[in-house]
Write a protein that binds this ligand. Structure first.
Ligand SMILES: Cc1cc2nc3c(=O)[nH]c(=O)nc-3n(C[C@H](O)[C@H](O)[C@H](O)COP(=O)(O)O)c2cc1C
Length: 356
């Protein structure tokens, strides 16, 4: 029987989580100039730890100063100043009894040249996302096809950022392989039409993810966590199934299960939705294909949904509920009736007003 009590502890590798509740990664666009998040944005993460979350993810941190960035004001973690800014945050999260995990990504074809020093957008293939850039209302540019040099160079950015996170003391590192960003673009035949070693079969489309994981693991000490986030949807391709079938998705999960990863984080719009014309949810399909601990996210907002989600996962992550309600963990414990927040509610993430 799975443990569905949100307040049961869980051993994740060499860490003991005090409960099953984590803060999902949330981009805040508060780091113009020095790529260091605003003080109140950092304090927000510490406060969620102090208020009972067991796991605190950072926003997605971009992996280089060239072509990785997709939104204005994103954070980086490759300079000593950036490391020095995060180190006390990480220490305070630990002091509050929670684990800290740094999420990192490269936006690939969803990068925005205007906010990238290289003024260039790169991706597996010369295909733009279907939807427009929500911030400009303009179509995304057609990206340059990544050369072998680009591939190696981008992997170096993931490695350097992981090294920054290790130096800052983070308990874990997450490779963002979800939401239609670069790694997800390689995994999906929808955005990857290469005919070299990085495209075609699932094994070849998977190759870039594998190279990133292997290169990053080499600089992440074995006593720190390495996790991978995956989804079947993309931010700029929201109606597209990024994987063609259950079999394809599960083959990728099986491959991830063979990597030196400590957990897989499954991102959904709604954790209960059935996937790939099956009667199974994404978490259930993931569970069929791997023994890795699973984190699940998507419309998990009250005690009933947390318990339902824990039937098929070890940890639940909450985005909007923890963004908008500082007392979410206590409210769950009290079994309060809680609201399901909508996408518009989350716009407070991008204002300059400090969140409670
Ligand atoms: C303001 C905001 C920013 C987000 N930024 C990220 C991000 O940087 N990385 C990521 O993997 N997901 C990001 N997400 C998605 C969340 O991690 C989560 O998967 C999503 O909000 C669904 O969970 P929820 O229904 O609990 O809100 C973001 C969501 C919100 C609301």
């Amino acid at each position: 029987m799975p443990e569905t009590d949100p307040f049961s502890s869980f051993v994740l590798k060499n860490f003991r989580l005090r409960n099953r509740l984590g803060v999902a990664p949330m981009t805040r666009m508060s780091s113009p100039g020095d790529s260091i998040p605003r003080r109140d944005v950092l304090d927000f993460l510490v406060r969620r730890a102090q208020n009972g979350a067991a796991l605190v993810y950072t926003e997605a941190i971009v992996t280089d100063y060239e072509s990785a960035q997709g939104y204005p004001g994103q954070a980086r973690l490759t300079t000593q100043r950036q490391i020095d800014a995060w180190a006390p945050v990480v220490a305070a999260i630990r002091e509050a009894g929670a684990l800290s995990v740094m999420q990192m990504f490269h936006c690939g074809r969803m990068a925005w040249p205007a906010v990238n020093p290289a003024g260039r957008s790169i991706a597996p293939s010369a295909l733009a996302p279907r939807q427009k850039n929500p911030l400009t209302g303009e179509p995304y540019p057609v990206p340059d096809i990544m050369s072998p040099f680009d591939i190696g160079h981008v992997i170096t950015g993931f490695v350097e950022t992981a090294r920054g996170a290790v130096a800052a003391g983070f308990d874990g590192i997450e490779i963002h392989g979800a939401h239609g960003y670069l790694i997800s673009q390689f995994l999906s035949a929808y955005s990857n039409q290469r005919s070299d070693d990085y495209g075609g079969s699932v094994a070849k489309r998977y190759r870039f993810a594998r190279e990133v994981i292997q290169a990053v693991r080499a600089v992440v000490p074995t006593d720190r966590l390495l996790t991978f986030r995956i989804s079947n949807w993309g931010v700029a391709d929201s109606q597209v199934s990024l994987f063609e079938s259950r079999a394809e998705y599960q083959e990728i999960v099986r491959r991830l299960g063979a990597e030196p990863l400590d957990a897989i984080s499954v991102s959904t719009y709604d954790f209960q939705s059935k996937a790939f014309d099956t009667d199974r949810s994404m978490a259930q399909l993931t569970r069929e294909a791997t023994d890795l601990p699973i984190m699940i996210c998507g419309r998990i907002f009250d005690r009933a949904t947390v318990q339902a989600a824990l039937a098929d996962a070890e940890i639940v992550l909450s985005g909007k509920s923890l963004l908008l309600n500082p007392d979410w963990v206590a409210d769950l414990r009290a079994g309060k009736k809680l609201p399901l927040y909508g996408a518009e509610d989350a716009n407070v993430a991008y204002t300059e007003e400090p969140l409670p």
